[in-house]
Ligand binder design. Structure first.
Ligand code: HEM
Length: 160
């Protein structure tokens, strides 16, 4: 809404506007932390190593999970709480926040996804108002682990 205040009606978003949507991106990122779309990814072990007492041999595949990484209380205090302010500033340490993976095989679509999410959020917030349509329901239909409760909303255009 702050960004819209400095624009005339219908003026398109600029790259600078996207860069200024820091709070919105923290909100989207906190959603990706709590409910990451891909749950995990594989890595091939290239030399024997020991991790918390388990020896993992060269050539094996390891499955790292995004979900458990994001819920580590060592890096995310009160990890189940939705708190976009925890991603302020330089954000969490490397490889603790991994909705797009990490290293050389990190998601190449990350910046495109950020752009699409922010433009979508901006359009929803500026063009529509959201109203609660139902009580919280325990009807999660997602195939991936996600919040147990869902809340249906009505999307209505803002009155002109
Ligand atoms: C919110 C949206 C998205 C999320 C959360 C996401 C997440 C991920 C994750 C976790 C990986 C595995 C990375 C790793 O193993 O380190 C991945 C890989 C990949 N993603 Fe995405 N992604 C998103 C959107 C996109 C988009 C929009 C594209 C293409 C336009 C894309 C293309 C790819 C490709 C090609 C790979 C495989 C990369 C490789 O193995 O070298 N993703 N993504």
């Amino acid at each position: 809404m702050e960004i819209t205040k400095n624009k005339v009606s219908g003026e398109p978003l600029t790259w600078q506007d996207i860069e200024n949507m820091r709070y919105s991106w923290n909100v989207a990122s906190e959603s990706l932390r709590l409910s990451p779309p891909p749950q995990e990814s594989f890595r091939e072990i290239t030399k024997d190593f020991t991790f918390v007492g388990y020896t993992i041999p060269n050539g094996w595949k390891a499955l790292w999970t995004v979900h458990s990484t994001h819920k580590n209380p060592e890096y995310f205090l009160n990890p189940e709480a939705f708190d976009p302010s925890r991603l302020k500033g330089s954000g969490p340490p490397s490889y603790t926040f991994t909705p797009f993976g990490g290293g050389p095989r990190m998601c190449p679509g990350k910046e495109y996804a950020r752009l699409a999410i922010l433009v979508f959020l901006h359009s929803i917030v500026t063009k529509f108002k959201l109203e609660k349509a139902s009580k919280w329901q325990n009807t999660n239909r997602s195939m991936s682990p996600a919040s147990k409760a869902t809340l249906e909303v009505c999307v209505r255009p803002h009155a002109k």
